[in-house]
Design a protein around this ligand. Sequence first.
Ligand code: ADP
Ligand code: 5GP
Length: 192
Amino acid sequence: MSRRNGLIICISGPSGAGKGTVLGLVRDMFPGMGTSISVTTRQPRGTEQEGVEYFFRTKDEFEQMIADGEILEYDTYVGNYYGTPAAYLRRLSSEGTDCMLDLTVAGSIALKKIFGRDALTIFLMPPSLEVLEERLRGRGTETEDKIRSRLSQAEAEMKRVDEFDYTVVNDDLDRAVEEVRNLILKKQEENS
Ligand code: ADP
Ligand code: 5GP
């Protein structure tokens, strides 16, 4: 029997802030950390594969999953649905396995409401909007149109930073990773 429920570690922040990069590095520091694979209606990018980065579904399929209660929380982001499958995350939590998720601002706040003290919400902040734009362009995954939409969404998301447990500025990558690691260690200790 586990001493506590698994932690639901939610990271949000504007597209290009470095969520994927930071999560990947932090995950390597916590062997046994779980991952929730989200469902989305957006098209796969480049090398993305079904069931690895996301479960890719049509809008109708996604709406059916909502109707069937299979989605714990969902949000629309730049014209597409993104949602967290309910059964898997609930199972990890009840088994005592900590799990890290990369979510929209509304998604993190929704999971905090559901999981309460078992959730840890972290807002990853870019050093500035200029740097954010450079990173988003540098990543080379989005068309100009999509970059514009993601940047305008970024400004709205950054206004909700106060609703998070913690904010981490992703200027120096190693420092940001260390800070996220320490917040997780502290929460694990608090909930034990
Ligand atoms: P997100 O998942 O938030 O959209 P990514 O993790 O894809 O962001 O990062 C966006 C781009 O910025 C990537 O090309 C990544 O390599 C780069 N990046 C991430 N963190 C840093 C950092 N601290 N300094 C410089 N570049 C970074
Ligand atoms: P991307 O298209 O760059 O993979 O993701 C776009 C946005 O969707 C990111 O901000 C990411 O955090 C968010 N996202 C991914 N999966 C989920 C999810 O299951 N729920 C919510 N609310 N947001 C998600």
